[in-house]
Design a protein around this ligand. Structure first.
Ligand code: ADP
Length: 490
């Protein structure tokens, strides 16, 4: 019986293929690093041809472990969002390097749009801010600066897409030019309540509507692979941007359910149900799911510095040799001795949004040592998350439980501190690869292995470790007062 799911997990630094059994157990995986191109300060590019070639290599490495392509019920794709690929529909070849989500080159154009007074309208329609992060202005940059892209647009053969769209085009042998609604909702070119890209927004940003993919559901028979690739047509049954995928992988399928991923930075998404989100606190509104044409939404907030603060303690200060040692140091003392760190090493993200802010350490004394600094660094995660929780609550989306993942979530001390400081239960799944798991759930439901996404999530989600809040109010209040004072210093 063909009941394996093949997930193609297209990260920023690597591409992976992962084979899941229908109960959500990971059976095999293969991974290849992607070359990062930095042509100028603030610019980040990928070679879309390399992404495709390495994806195919990884897929071919794991398919035999299922017993061949015949055993695969469906393919799920999850990807780095907001990265733009431009290719020629006729040749099927990229026209220039992909511009990666981190790339800041369109900042002047965003500023121009903001100065012309467009931000309020764009935010109300798309849930996003005018920031180079999002895909639309990257497409415009290619049209203005790459003659091959402009020429293809004039010939009528230009195709734009985010990474999942590019891969489906290649996997289908050029038959399907589609993008799922979660990726489409990161472009600035689609209103949150619209079924597809909007010609008015396309005109504002300067992107030809004809070059864009068709916006489709995230689960179902979305496309099929060309027979010659794997010896059989395999249906592509799940497509989803990485943060939405992790939210689904954490089974946050009801309003108020929230996941926080603590990697280099931290990404928090709260399920908002069918109501189109609006934020008065500079959080983002985004599509969480589109199933049978019906959408649910999420509110999203990101913190720039999370695990990277621990990396800094390790690499620049030498306070630990490996990241996990922060846990033992934090446990070795009863409190941080009054030390507070505001980790604004690369500015402050949501809800403060201050790119110019820089970090501070307050409360140093002669009794401050490595344990106090390490503990204050971990405490900063709960402090930053607490500010986000307040912003989410002010937007009408209070958190129930908090479901955590990402490399830093392995730290039990931090997980307990989050529960204590937020006053909510924190849950951590035993299988931490929630991004791949979310795509597997969508693909399994889309392939008919489960009647719907909720049943797929219920059966495929592994066991959980839970952390219950136990801190006294006075301790929490004292911590928050210190944090607020330190923030003011920033
Ligand atoms: P990304 O996907 O952004 O590359 P990961 O999810 O792999 O990041 O998380 C890695 C980050 O988590 C690193 O910045 C590392 O410093 C931090 N980290 C990993 N393990 C721990 C730990 N036990 N305690 C604290 N931080 C940790």
């Amino acid at each position: 019986m063909s009941d394996y799911i093949l997930v193609l997990d297209e990260g920023t630094t690597s591409t992976r293929a992962m084979l899941f059994a229908s109960d959500g157990v990971l059976v095999a995986s293969a991974q290849e690093e992607l070359t990062q191109h930095y042509p100028q300060a603030g610019w980040v590019e990928h070679d879309a041809g390399e992404i495709w070639a390495k994806t195919l290599d990884c897929a071919n490495a794991v398919i035999p472990k299922a017993g061949g392509a015949a055993m695969i019920a469906g393919i799920g794709i999850t990807n780095q969002r907001e990265t733009v690929v431009a290719w020629d529909r006729e040749s099927g070849e990229p026209l220039t390097r992909a511009i990666v989500w981190q790339d800041r080159r369109t900042a002047p154009f965003c500023e121009q749009l903001r100065a012309a007074g467009h931000e309020a309208e764009v935010q109300a329609r798309t849930g996003l801010l005018l920031d180079p992060y999002f895909s639309g202005t990257k497409m415009r940059w290619m049209l203005d600066n790459v003659p091959e892209v402009r020429a293809a647009a004039e010939r009528g053969t230009l195709a734009f897409g985010t990474v999942e769209s590019w891969l489906v085009f290649k996997l289908s042998g050029g038959v399907s030019h589609i993008s799922d609604a979660s990726n489409a909702s990161r472009t600035l070119l689609m209103g949150l309540a619209d079924s597809g890209f909007d010609s008015g927004l396309c005109e504002l940003i300067g992107v030809p509507f004809e070059a864009l993919p068709q916006v489709v559901d995230m689960s179902g028979e979305l496309a099929v692979t060309r027979r010659s690739l794997f010896g059989r047509e395999i249906p592509i049954t799940g497509m989803v941007g990485d943060q939405q995928s992790a939210t689904i992988g954490q089974a946050c399928l009801s309003p108020g359910e929230t996941k926080a991923t603590y990697g280099t930075g931290a990404f928090v998404l709260t399920n908002q149900g069918e109501q189109v989100p609006t934020s008065s606190n500079r959080l983002l509104g985004t599509v969480l799911t589109q199933l049978d044409g019906k959408r649910t939404y999420a509110i999203e907030g990101s913190v720039f510095v999370a695990g990277s603060l621990v990396q800094w303690l390790r690499d620049s200060l030498g306070i630990v040799e490996v990241a996990s040692q922060t846990e033992g140091l934090a446990r070795s003392i009863p409190d941080s001795g009054g030390v507070t760190i505001v980790p604004a090493l690369s500015g402050l993200g949501a809800p403060h949004w201050n790119a110019e802010a820089r970090g501070v350490i307050t409360g140093l004394s002669f009794s401050t040592g490595k344990p106090q600094i390490a503990r204050a660094a971990l405490e900063a995660m709960a402090h930053q998350t607490h500010d986000l929780a307040n912003a989410f609550a002010a937007d009408g989306t209070a958190w129930g439980t908090l479901r955590i993942d990402g490399g830093m979530a392995a730290n039990d001390w931090m997980a307990q501190d989050l529960a204590d400081m937020l006053g909510v239960r924190v849950e951590r799944p035993s299988f931490i690869e929630t991004t791949a798991l979310g795509a597997a759930m969508l693909a399994a439901a889309g392939a008919g292995l489960y009647p719907d996404l909720a049943s797929a999530a219920q059966s495929m989600r592994g066991t959980l470790t839970t952390f219950e809040p136990a801190m006294e109010d006075s301790v929490r209040d004292e911590r928050l007062t210190r944090w607020k004072k330190a923030l003011e210093a920033v």
